[in-house]
Every structure is written in C-alpha cells, then in structure tokens.
Write a protein that binds this ligand. Structure first.
Ligand code: UGA
Length: 313
C-alpha cells in the first residue's frame, strides 16, 4: 500500500515509516522541520529511512504546495504532524498551536473532501480528556481539556466529525497516550530523565511526582497502526494506550535502576495544563481491532536507554 505520513521526521512518524517500509509498503513522508525541537534529532530519525527506495521525502509545510500531489499518490493518510507539547501551549505560543494543529488539519480535510475514498488516520491525544472524573478514560467520557494543546486536538476531532458528516471523509481518530521509546521527543519526561542520567544532570519533577501516566511503548503503537491499514470501519474514535499507569516517581526509579545511576531530583511547582492522571480504557480498541498491548514498561525504557546513549554519543 502507498502510505502518506505527515510529520514523518518526528518521533512517532519516523518509527511508523520504518514499520511500513519493513513490511513491504511504500511511504511518502512530509515534514516541515518545525523548530519545536532540534532539526538534528529529526534528521537522525530520518537517516534510517532516507536511503530506502520505497521512501519518498518531501520537506514542506502542510499548507504549502505539495500536499495535494502527495495525497493523489497515496492510498491512506496518517496525519501525525502537529505542534506538540502540552505545557508550552499557553500564552502567545497558542497561535502556533492553532496554526499547526487546527488550521493545518482543516486544510488537509479540505483537500481530502475531493478524495473521500482515501482514509485518514488522525493522531489525537489523551489530553482531550483533561482531569476526568472517570478513570480509566473511556471514549464516552465528557471531554474537558485543561491545556490549550488539548483544546486544539479536541477541535481537530470535531473537524473530523464535521467533514465525515458533510463530505463522507473516512477517518479513524486515535487518542495516543504518552508514547515513549527510541526516538522520543527531547521535551518528554522519559527522554529528559534518561538524558540527565547519562550526563549526570539534575532533573525537575513537576509537583510531587505522584501524577500518573499511561506510558505507551512506540512499537505497540506502530504495530497497531500497521494492523489497521486494511480497516473498513470509519468514523470511529478510540484510545490507543497501554491500559496501565505508573507515577512519574515510579518512572524515575525505573530509569535510575536501568541506567545504574542515582538520580539527582528537584521537585518544582506543578505545571498548568498537566493532567493528574491518564489511563486508557482500551476495551473499544480490543473489541474492534483485537488490540492487546503486552509491553513491559521496564523493557521499553531499557530500549530507549540504548537509543539515548547512541544518540548522544
Ligand atoms: C505527552 C506528549 O507530550 C503529548 O504530545 C501527548 O499529546 C500526550 O503525551 C498524550 O498522551 O496525549 P505528557 O503526558 O505530559 O504529554 O508527557 P511527558 O512530557 O512525557 O510528561 C509525563 C509526566 O512527566 C507529566 O506529568 C509531566 O509533568 C512530568 N514531567 C515531565 C516532569 O515531572 N518533569 C519533566 O521535566 C517533564
């Protein structure tokens, strides 16, 4: 199959492209190298893909030229390009989140309405839930994002529904839960903590560290995404998480024992927009797509530790 991946140089995009290529598919990847984090890490992500003859890379902003042509040459679209980072989305940054999340997604949908036979897989986020009264987070929960980032992802979800209703666009809206593993973004907790362990630096834990996350291993996610390309059920929203959670303090202890280093920890104030806990109810994914994550978080951190040592070497 010919797969189009937006945000292909990012953490999830590059891992997903590798997964499709190694399973005999061809990939058109688009990325604009936004400056949210270093171009060097994104080029490192791409370096393992770029020589593959079934990989075609286009450096462009989604809202510039190139998208329509790429879309015509694809059978399915994985829309992962976004302005990430829950805690950075306040203040004047919000403008960038509106542009790169809401407007770019609406632009893509406008093109897709002329190609309604091409399905769109959208990367949404656990952050659409906010501090929910109901754990595990079920797709039927009331959605109350507590960060501007979460609000932009929720708006994208609503846009999918609108375009599905009006134009028959086929979509799957997938809510990802704190994905980690080799290639993880440098602003995310596990990457920051492993890097600090490597360089013997201090880490900052926001609040008391008792906030809990459903950390999802990257390969669990990419295996799932590979498995859904022949899907015929559309207009569905579902959680793709690990289905279990640990505290940030527990994650730091695991990192300390995997890296064999005592962590130098300072506790600082809780950050606005940071959810108290996330935990995916994965029953819908299990029922519709036989989703059954079986990863072990320590093994996932250990493989990310190997990646971190190699990346920073
Ligand atoms: C992550 C991603 O950053 C989002 O892009 C994604 O949409 C979201 O997951 C999701 O699940 O949808 P987050 O869960 O905040 O967001 O992931 P991390 O940045 O890895 O943070 C995990 C926890 O560690 C948070 O509670 C955060 O406050 C804490 N943390 C992070 C610290 O205590 N110190 C740090 O230096 C970094």
């Amino acid at each position: 199959m010919r797969v189009l991946i937006t945000g292909v140089a990012g953490f999830i995009g590059s891992n997903l492209a590798g997964k499709f290529l190694s399973n005999g598919h061809s990939v058109i990847g688009i990325d604009k190298f936004s400056d949210y984090y270093s171009r060097a890490q994104k080029e490192f992500n791409l370096s393992k893909l770029i020589s593959h003859r079934e990989f075609n890379f286009i450096e462009t902003d989604l809202m510039w030229a190139g998208l329509e042509e790429a879309l015509k040459n694809s059978d399915i679209i994985f829309h992962l390009a976004a302005q990430p980072g829950v805690l950075h989305s306040w203040g004047e940054n919000f403008n960038i989140y509106v542009r790169n999340n809401i407007l770019a997604t609406q632009y893509l949908l406008e093109i897709l309405k002329y190609h309604p036979e091409k399905p769109l897989i959208f990367a949404s986020s656990s952050s659409v839930y906010g501090n929910t009264y109901h754990i595990p987070m079920n797709e039927e929960n009331i959605l109350n994002p507590i960060s501007p980032y979460g609000l932009t992802k929720l708006t994208c979800e609503k846009l999918l529904e609108l375009y599905h209703g009006a134009w028959g666009i086929k979509y799957l809206c997938l809510r990802f839960f704190t994905v980690f593993g080799p290639g993880q973004r440098p602003d995310m907790a596990i990457h920051k903590f492993l890097k600090a362990a490597l360089h013997k630096e201090k880490i900052s834990i926001y609040g008391d560290g008792e906030q809990r996350r459903d950390f999802t291993y990257i390969e669990t996610l990419t295996d799932f995404l590979l498995g859904i390309i022949d899907n015929k059920k559309w207009g569905i929203t579902l959680n793709v998480g690990g289905g279990k959670y640990i505290t940030v303090n527990e994650a730091v202890s695991m990192i300390s024992s995997i890296a064999g280093k005592k962590m130098d920890v300072q506790y600082i104030e809780k950050q606005k927009g940071d959810m108290n806990e996330t935990l995916a109810d994965i029953d819908r994914a299990a029922e519709l797509f036989d989703y059954a994550p079986s990863f072990n978080i320590e093994d996932g951190i250990a493989s990310q530790w190997e990646w971190i040592k190699n990346f920073y070497a």
